[in-house]
Every structure is written in structure tokens, then in C-alpha cells.
Design a protein around this ligand. Sequence first.
Ligand code: PHE
Length: 355
Amino acid sequence: MENFNQIESTILDKIEKISDRNTFDTAKTEIFGKKGIVTELFKKIGSLDQNYKKEYASKLNSLKTKITEILEKKLNDLGQSEINKKLKNEKVDVTLPGRSYYSGKIHPVSQVIDEVTSIFSEIGFSVEEGPDIENEYYNFSALNTPKDHPARDMHDTFYLDQSKDLLLRTHTSPVQIRTMLKSKPPFKIIAPGRTYRCDSDQTHSPMFHQLEGLHIDKNINMGHLKGCLYYFVKKFFEVEKVKIRFRPSHFPFTEPSAEVDIGYKIENGKIKVGEGDKWLEVLGCGMVHPNVLKNAKVNPNKYQGYAFGVGLDRLAMLKYGINDLRAFFESDIRWLEFYGFDPLDVPTNYRGLSR
Ligand code: PHE
């Protein structure tokens, strides 16, 4: 017969040495695992002599019960001491200041692009895009802009190579050509994007944003252009009455061409669009020149239409009362915090918590 007392004290020794979860698991395996001390003792029962089988089994069972209880208590104690240790190490200091909540802001230009895109999409314009790096052909030649035109001068245009073929687009008008070459008329598109000119002062930045509009179909005339722009200005500035002035102008790619001014006045130091007797230029437009249609593989005897180009930064300045264009691109987080917009998906109760 096994000496159960001795076995028990060997096991209790092991349990004594347990100091954490790891040593607990090892000890438990050594006792109750597949080849554990107690497991091995159970395996023997089958081969025992009838005479003391019963006594053996009952001693073994009470040993098992005792050890199981001791192990359970040990595990419990270990858990408690781990919790105590954690509590000691991770004290919460309720007197510390709270963490502030930082939420990003939408830049006014992005906001205006969103607004403008949704206004035009309501009347059937779809959105097109073109590359910032253009070639000479799409930016000038295809747009009927002759070789000696002042816009081609180095003072106005950022050329990217000696041959003057690659340049940073000076307007979004090359998207007109790209769109028309890509498919067949009719076309009714807008194209927002970055544009570049060698220019920098309070109202000019070397990089700025434009929105191109192009509507080509069989019976499009200047009346449609006026109607479209009235609709746009009213919607954008959220006013019922608008004063718009079409001033004769010149662009090589439109004939006739016009510049559009909108009426405004200053009231209590704030700009009010749609009333008053001051005028502000906001866009260039006109009927697309037949040469441009030809270059874009559209038959000018069958199709005609209008195009316009709006300065988006200027629209943002006007609508949101921002007076220095350069601040738009200085990446000053305090400026964005003030002039930026809350993203739509941020619950309003977070607003007060942003910096
Ligand atoms: N591309 C012109 C500019 O940048 C604007 C314009 C676009 C004029 C379309 C007429 C038609 O000034």
C-alpha cells in the first residue's frame, strides 16, 4: 500500500512553493495533469488486489478532494494578491486635470467644394477631375490660346521642364478638353481642383482652387449660362435676391466672353452678398469657342454651350468673411480651429469639448 501521508506532504510542498499564476499552472499539471502524481495513482486502481482496492480508492479520493480544495483556495489567494498589487501600482489620481478631446476640422475650401458640388449636382452636373500637372496642349493650345498669349509667360505659369511642355495647370479649363475627348456630347460637368500661378499677395496665392463648369448640347445659349449662374449664386449664398453683372471680357477659349460680378455691401463690418452697390468679381465665363470644340472632336455646327470658371477660395472668403487668402494655406491649426467646420458625423455634444 502506498504511503499516502508521504505523498500528501510531497504535494503540499509543491503547493507551498507556488508564487504566481505560472508556478500554479505547473504545480497543477504535476499533480492532476495527464502524468500527474494523483492521476498516476488513479491509474493503478485497476491492477490492485481486491483486498485493499477499496481502502486505497477511498484514501486516494479523500486525498484528491483535499488537494483540490487547497488548490482552489491558493488560486483565490493568488487572484486577490494580484488585484491588490494592481491597485497599489495603478492608483487613480482624481485631482489630475481631465484629458481634452481633440476633433479635426474641415477646411473652408473643402467645405465650399462640398457645397458647390452638391448645388450643381442638383441640376444635373456630374463631377470630373483632371491632373494638376498638365501639358502645354491641354492647358493652352487646345483651349485656343496662341503661343504669344501673355498667360503663357514665365511670370504667370510654373513650367516644370525646359521644353515648356509640362506645367502646373493655370486653370481648370483643361478638364473641358479632357472630358470632351473622353466621350460624346452632350456634356454637363463641373471640375473642382487645384490651380497654380506665379502670384502671391493678400488676394492671390500661388496655389488656389477653381471650379470649372461646362455644358454642351444642341440648343444651349447664353440664357442658359445666366440662368445657371443665378441659380448657383442664390443657392450658394443662401439669398433670395441676387445682383449679378455680366461684364464683357476676353478669354481665348470663349466667344463671347464675360466676367461676372456680384453685388454686395458691408453691414456692421460684415459683408452682405446680394444687396448694395459694390461689385466683386467672382468668375469668368462665356460660350465655348468653336475652335475649342473642334480640338475636342465635337462638331461646332451641331453642338454649342457655355463654360465658366469660379475661384473657390474667393467664394469661401466671401461666404465666411475671411479676408486674407494666404491664411488658407499656412496650416495654422488655430486658424483652422476658428474658421474650420465640424465634420458632420461628430455628435454635436462633442463640439464644446474640442480645443
Ligand atoms: N479659365 C478662366 C480663368 O482661369 C476662367 C474661364 C473658364 C473663363 C471658362 C471662361 C470659361 O480665368
